[in-house]
Design a protein around this ligand. Structure first.
Ligand SMILES: NC(=O)c1ccc[n+]([C@@H]2O[C@H](COP(=O)([O-])OP(=O)(O)OC[C@H]3O[C@@H](n4cnc5c(N)ncnc54)[C@H](O)[C@@H]3O)[C@@H](O)[C@H]2O)c1
Length: 329
């Protein structure tokens, strides 16, 4: 088991759960986060927290000199599709240029393994679903472009340096653990927005596109529980990788749910009527994104355990009821 791990973005939604699982397995964990979208309260007490940016080479180098690590899990990034369209440079600067500085610094410090948070956004509009890792890579927004570009930077860096690199392409992260949940501002993800209606914080939920060629006309996505995602990261730290490039693995369940199915399940879980209003499609939203998951299952010995829609919604509902205003409450 990898003993000492640097987690960038460990104060964020997914990173905070990765940190919890690493600590539970006895790892020493250092979190590097600038709190641009994360929360100090989300970082477990057992981790060493360093407030700083991944693009500050001097700061990363002195951190690694003080706290040597065997591996890095790199989650820190900006992740709002619409914002990336409005300000692509902001995304290139953080998600590619700063990440490149981080990669050089960790390779220079002798870190031997790099696990990267990529996204199904690298596939753009898939020609076929479920989407396999060798499907064409054709992102349709700057966010997806930055994820793909850093995958390529990482692959080249791994081939040069022999670092074992894994790019984990998450589908839709969702759900909560007892202590950690989703607290983004603005919140663009469906499930927290649906639950905000049940909490009385929003009047209704917007259904973007009701005329897709899907069974009920609404967009279909592959929702994966954040605890299952975190489990895959822990496993990715130990799988043999040959150092000739970055290994890409999809993380999803292999089945999808439509927006209407999510809203209907949320009504069952919360007992609230959750009014929904049909809106026009959002530009760049594919009708269906569902992962082919055989590669991750084979390589990681991993399968989702908490990712039924009911469990995702019930866990998120417990967290949002306890934290109606996120980590501030
Ligand atoms: N949430 C999803 O469904 C999803 C899907 C696919 C991929 N991802 C990827 O997973 C990662 C985590 O996503 P999340 O939903 O937890 O997002 P998040 O915004 O909750 O977490 C990102 C964290 O990174 C930190 N950060 C950002 N830029 C930084 C920098 N330059 N230096 C240091 N810290 C910085 C933020 O403060 C935050 O704590 C991201 O890379 C995202 O692109 C998320």
């Amino acid at each position: 088991m990898t003993a000492r791990v640097l987690v960038t973005g460990g104060a964020g939604y997914i990173g905070s759960v990765v940190v919890d699982q690493l600590l539970a397995r006895g790892c020493r964990v250092v979190v590097l986060d600038d709190l641009s979208t994360g929360h100090r309260e989300a970082v477990a007490e057992g981790a060493t927290f360093v407030h700083g940016g991944i693009g500050d080479r001097g700061a990363v180098e002195s951190l690694l000199a003080r706290e040597p690590v065997d591996a890095i899990v790199h989650l820190a990034a900006f992740a709002l599709v619409a914002e990336s369209v409005a300000d692509p440079e902001k995304y290139r600067t953080n998600n590619v240029a700063a990440a490149r500085v981080l990669l050089d610094a960790v390779v220079g410090a002798g870190v031997r393994r790099f696990v990267f948070s990529s996204s199904c956004a690298v596939y753009g509009h898939p020609q076929r679903t479920p989407i396999a890792e060798d499907a064409p890579l054709a992102p349709v927004n700057p966010y997806g472009e930055t994820k793909l570009e850093f995958e390529r930077v990482l692959s080249a860096g791994a081939a040069r340096s022999g670092v074992a690199a894994v790019s984990l392409r998450y589908f839709n992260a969702a759900g909560a653990t007892e202590r950690r949940g989703e607290d983004h501002a603005p919140e663009t993800h469906l499930i927290p927005n649906v639950l905000a209606v049940a909490l009385g914080l929003r009047p209704s939920v917007d259904v973007f596109g009701a005329d897709y060629a899907t069974p009920d006309g609404t967009a279909v996505r592959d929702y994966i529980h954040v605890d299952d995602l975190a489990d895959a990261h822990v496993r990715a730290l130990d799988v043999p990788v040959d150092g000739t490039g970055a290994l890409a693995l999809n993380l999803g369940t292999g089945s999808g749910h439509s927006v209407r199915q999510v809203v209907a399940a949320a009504r069952r879980v919360t007992g609230h009527p959750i009014p929904a209003a049909d809106r026009p499609r959002r530009p760049g939203d594919p009708p269906e994104l569902v992962a082919a998951v055989h590669r991750a299952a084979g390589v990681l010995g991993w399968r989702p355990r908490r990712s039924s829609l009911e469990e995702i919604l019930a866990s998120a509902w417990r967290w949002h009821q306890a934290h109606p205003r996120g980590y501030r409450s």
